[in-house]
Write a protein that binds this ligand. Structure first.
Ligand SMILES: Cc1cc2nc3c(=O)[nH]c(=O)nc-3n(C[C@H](O)[C@H](O)[C@H](O)COP(=O)(O)O)c2cc1C
Length: 457
């Protein structure tokens, strides 16, 4: 299919909705139609999704503050207002609709729309009651009276956990609306000098557009309502991985067991306590219903208990001379996710199609002494990488700021990293994850293009 927006400049405004992450995919779709995109985020939107992904994918500076100037001194929102063929606000919050309806230009998205004669497409997303509130209805009517194309939200699952109207319209419908609006219009500003400046993608944005799930901290297995079996993990390593992934442009979901460190602000955090909770959270994020895992990489840095009390006591155990606990082995969570990803049952037999695209799976192995068992673990768990560290070595392992790790890959490669900060170890792991994801995508493209042509019907 030809590129329907070739040569066009589109201003993409993103506001503070839970659906803001979908704007990254919308950017990809608009770019795949040939459009040049300049992104504007309201301050609230930056809490939901970081500017780095947008910058890496759009190759333009991201406007987040209406008072900021471009590096070349021009006023960012005026440059977009004057050069954009169309402005798309997706997702648009109830708050933004109200600001726009009254012309309150306190954020860069509203200011750009006010300053522009370009057609505007607005795709609201919000809770169902917010959408049907008379205030929102009036604001939407006002925007329509400006000539803005408002794409009604869909009915479906909402962030609140309820289902109803308010879900951001399907992204292809938003793209189609932009294409339709521009059908009879000529390109406004084809001279790149009239558009926002181009920035080279940073090497550090190599996970832009990727969703990375990280588990961190130690699990707690109840003995009775007040006591548990835990471990010495502080969550430092997993949190370092999450922070590094965020800095490299990824969308990060952090499944946090017991942690003693501050969690990064930009991650979506799921709190868990026991191995069973962690398993539940992992199975929920690995939905697979649409044939994908819902994430690009899973990095299991959490210290998962290997054993748990067979039957936790329902009431607090009284003091006795001795106490014997019956323990059972906990399930091997990473191995289970790897089997799901590969379409295997618990016996290793193929029962369904593997998840597509294939998620990259990384395990951490805390060892004491030699790392000989790690290669066997890698095979048994069927994962892409295992990061092994000797937790008995000084300066390495639980609670320290440093780690000496070895990274073992499924192809047999092993690299022994020096003793370094956990952040540096995290980046070394993510270097390999980024390469593995690029290889995965290249292989998928080669498979798609080498598929035999179908016989004509
Ligand atoms: C988790 C979470 C999700 C939210 N999702 C939405 C949403 O989908 N739509 C909406 O109108 N407001 C939503 N809000 C409220 C907005 O973020 C809030 O009104 C904010 O002031 C919007 O600012 P903005 O319009 O300048 O981006 C959400 C708030 C939170 C905490």
């Amino acid at each position: 299919m030809s590129e329907r927006l070739a040569g066009r400049m589109i201003g993409l405004g993103v506001t503070g909705s839970i659906a803001a992450y979908k704007a990254v995919e919308l950017l990809r779709l608009l770019r795949s139609e040939g459009a040049d995109i300049a992104v504007m985020l309201t301050p609230a939107a930056t809490q939901f999704v970081g500017p780095l992904s947008f910058r890496a994918l759009s190759r333009h500076p991201i406007e987040t503050n209406v008072l900021d100037l471009l590096p070349d001194g021009r006023i960012g929102h005026i440059v977009i207002a004057d050069s954009a063929d169309a402005i798309v606000v997706a997702p648009a919050t109830a708050h933004w609709l109200a600001a726009m309806a009254t012309g309150l230009s306190g954020d860069v998205v509203t200011a750009t729309c006010l300053a522009s004669s370009a057609p505007v497409v607005v795709a609201p997303a919000m809770d169902g009651d917010m959408w049907t509130h008379p205030a929102t209805t009036a604001n939407v009517a006002k925007l329509r009276s400006f000539g803005y194309a408002v794409i009604d939200p869909d009915v479906g699952p909402l962030a609140s956990g309820q289902s109803g109207i308010g879900r951001l319209a399907e992204l292809p419908a938003i793209v189609d609306a932009v294409v339709a609006l521009l059908a009879d219009r000529s390109i406004r500003a084809s001279d790149p000098a009239a558009r926002p400046p181009v920035v080279a993608p940073g090497r550090d944005a190599d996970l832009a557009g990727r969703h990375v799930v990280v588990s961190a901290g130690g699990t707690r297995e109840a003995i009775d309502p007040v006591r548990y079996i835990g471990n010495r993990s502080t969550g430092k390593m997993g949190v370092a991985v999450a922070e590094a992934a965020l800095d490299r442009g990824a969308r990060v979901t952090l499944i946090a067991a017991d942690v003693e460190v501050t969690l990064p602000a930009g991650a979506t955090v799921i709190r868990v306590e026991s191995t069973a909770d962690l398993r539940g959270a992992l199975l929920r994020v690995t939905h697979g219903a649409d044939g994908s895992a819902g994430y690009d990489a899973l990095i299991m840095a959490a210290a998962v208990s290997d054993f748990r009390p067979l039957i936790p006591a329902e009431t607090k155990l009284g003091r006795t001379e001795t106490l014997t606990l019956d323990l059972e082995a906990t399930p091997d969570l990473l191995a289970e996710i790897a089997r799901i990803a590969q379409g295997l049952d618990s016996e290793g037999a193929v029962t369904r199609d593997p998840l597509q695209p294939r998620p990259i799976l990384v395990g951490f192995a805390a060892e004491t002494g030699s790392l000989d068992r790690t290669a066997e673990k890698l095979r048994r768990k069927r994962v892409d990488l295992i990061v092994a560290n000797d937790v008995a070595e000084a300066g390495s392992g639980f609670g320290t700021d440093t780690n000496r790790a070895s990274i073992l890959a499924a192809d047999g490669a092993r690299s022994d990293l020096p003793l370094q900060s956990k952040r540096a170890v995290a980046d070394a792991v993510l270097d390999r994850v980024a390469v593995a994801l690029d290889e995965r995508d290249r292989a998928a493209q080669t498979d798609a293009t080498s598929e035999p042509a179908r016989e004509p019907a």
